[in-house]
Write a protein that binds this ligand. Sequence first.
Ligand code: FE2
Length: 265
Amino acid sequence: MITHFAHLQLQTVSIQGIKHFYHELLRFPISYESEQEIHVQSTAHCTISFIETAEPIAPAHFAFEVPYSVFDEVVNWVEQKPILLLHWDDGRVIDQFKTGKNVYFRDVDGNLLEIIAHPYIPKDILTASGPLHILYLREVGFPVESVINFRENLVELLDFKLDKVSDLFTFAIGGTAHAVIPSTRRKWIPIAMVALPPAMHVTFGSSDVTFIDEVERRLQQKGISYQRKAKGDLHFKIDGYHLSVCLTTFPKEALGRLGLPFSIV
Ligand SMILES: [Fe+2]
């Protein structure tokens, strides 16, 4: 099964700007840096990388899960930085919804970031990383023309489970990884931002090589072209999104203890 988002690769128009925002402001450690590329660690198990481009950028959306008990402290910490928390029409920045709470802000390329916390996630199962206390990268947004087609591919290829299913929106979930699938006709909240498909490469982690073998078999069956560079490195493309499954050491046994409603191992 898929355990988590292992790597999110995005484009940037300024490596220096990314370094300033993610490393100097948000304190993400840098794990690789060159003139054209920079990698930062959101957690030990999740890298976010940015490659310089001379093309216009379609902003991505992604969300970090933090322990519910430190959510307010984390938001206060972000508010001390020169970072603008986005607000809803009534002026509030924190949204308290049925299952948790969240805030949104944007990075230097306009990517829409979110910090989210749920009281049902125990705080001592995974190590919280950095001043943001990140447990894992919970969400990555995949705006698509057909929500139905994209979510069916994630279910059939990767055994994802679905939540909040509609023709315009769906969560597809594997382990801690929540693929947010909005229609390109539905805008992102809370600032009604047009959901353009970003140029990105998303790598899902799995701790099970036989699962990766099975995904390869399913890709063959569906006639989707793919590359497999090593036993645990499978790459394919769906609806313009580059996707990979890689073999990782993410603690699979922790998933059952996290109490995620759709990731029972
Ligand atoms: Fe989100």
